[in-house]
Design a protein around this ligand. Structure first.
Ligand code: UDP
Length: 327
């Protein structure tokens, strides 16, 4: 029988791509999602349990019914800007929700979890690129909730033997090359989909949030990682836990910094369309530059990103948006 893996937030962007990778590797992904941000159409590779992490009964029932071997935990609020305006929502959903999940796992004797962490735990790093052991000083509530969650996992390992892998993603981007799933948030706040929607004429113009940062062209620099490469990292992390390895943390990026302005230029090139771009004030909570060292994940997990060029990443996103929102 295929091993069942409970995937919280499996109807979301990175979650759905990971479910596809799990199914292709012979696992049976069971999605646990309240569909507040996820899409039902993106659940294609296993059962969907409509449930909420804030509801302990929903969780207990999902574990009792499916008896998963392990959990991959994506479900969380994940907008930096929103977290600054609505911290209560972030602490409640991300921390309280995650604590409920860990309690349900203990009660069900499920002791392995892969956790979606983030480069936002590093805040404004002292130096670049960012290795796993740099100081963690998050500068927004989103990053603080994720860092607290990493601490919770460490404490649960120490006290109860829970084994975890925390994967700190840099900026997830791109879409399934087969065109089955892609990035679809409502409302959309992320840079690449917004640039694509503008190229498609669905928005009149777009904004660069700040061009007075101490970076190569003044705009924010980020490390964009293809979502299918993130999915493969989850699979490797899960396999490592199932083989009995110890808990660990990994940064997941390509090690290349791309500025907001460069990204917008790439979308213009890939789409072959020009569009108006204005400079707006900085977005609260944004560090100037975030670029990963991901040697550890390559060496220890055997992770090999396959779509590391920004042109290629944007191309898959463009192809998917064209197919999904023909325009
Ligand atoms: N950004 C921007 N204009 C937009 C959306 C985003 O300039 O309309 C910038 C944002 O300030 C950040 C980068 O693009 O520096 C990536 O933001 P996104 O929201 O995609 O991901 P995040 O880094 O918040 O996870």
């Amino acid at each position: 029988m295929k091993k069942k893996i409970l995937v919280t937030g499996g109807a979301g962007y990175i979650g759905s791509h990971t479910c596809k990778a799990l199914a292709q590797a012979g696992f049976d992904p069971v999605v646990f999602d309240n569909l507040s941000a996820g899409n039902e159409w993106a659940v294609k590779w296993g059962a969907l349990v409509k449930g909420d992490l804030l509801n302990e009964d929903d969780l207990a029932q999902a574990f009792a019914q499916h008896k998963p071997e392990a959990v991959i935990h994506f479900a969380a609020c994940a907008y930096v800007g929103e977290s600054v305006d609505e911290p209560e929502k972030y602490y409640r959903n991300n921390l309280h929700g995650s604590l409920n999940l860990l309690s349900a796992m203990r009660a069900a004797n499920c002791h392995k979890i892969v956790f979606s962490s983030t480069c936002a735990i590093f805040g404004e790093p002292d130096g670049l690129p960012i290795s796993e052991d740099l100081p963690k000083n998050p500068i927004n509530p989103y990053g603080r909730t994720k860092l607290a969650m990493e601490g919770m996992l460490e404490d649960f390992d120490h006290a109860y033997g829970l084994k975890y892998v925390a994967l700190r993603y840099f900026n997830a981007a791109g879409a399934d090359p087969d065109g089955e799933i892609g990035e679809d948030h409502d409302p959309e706040t992320h840079l690449i989909p917004i640039a694509i929607e503008t190229a498609m004429g669905r928005r009149d113009q777009m904004q660069v949030f700040g061009d007075d940062y101490p970076t190569k062209d003044g705009s924010n620099v980020r490390d964009y990682v293809h979502v299918t490469d993130l999915a493969s990292a989850h699979l490797l992390a899960l396999q490592s836990l199932l083989e009995g390895n110890e808990s660990d943390v990994f940064n997941l990026g390509n090690g290349t910094g791309v500025s907001v302005k460069e990204l917008i230029q790439t979308v213009k090139e890939v789409s072959g369309r020009d569009f108006p771009v204005t400079i707006a004030p900085r977005r609260p909570g944004d560090p100037a530059a975030l670029v990963a060292v991901s040697t550890k994940s390559r060496e220890q997990l055997g992770w090999e990103p396959k779509s590391s060029g920004i042109q290629q990443i944007v191309q898959t996103a463009w192809d998917w948006h064209r197919g999904h929102n023909s325009g």
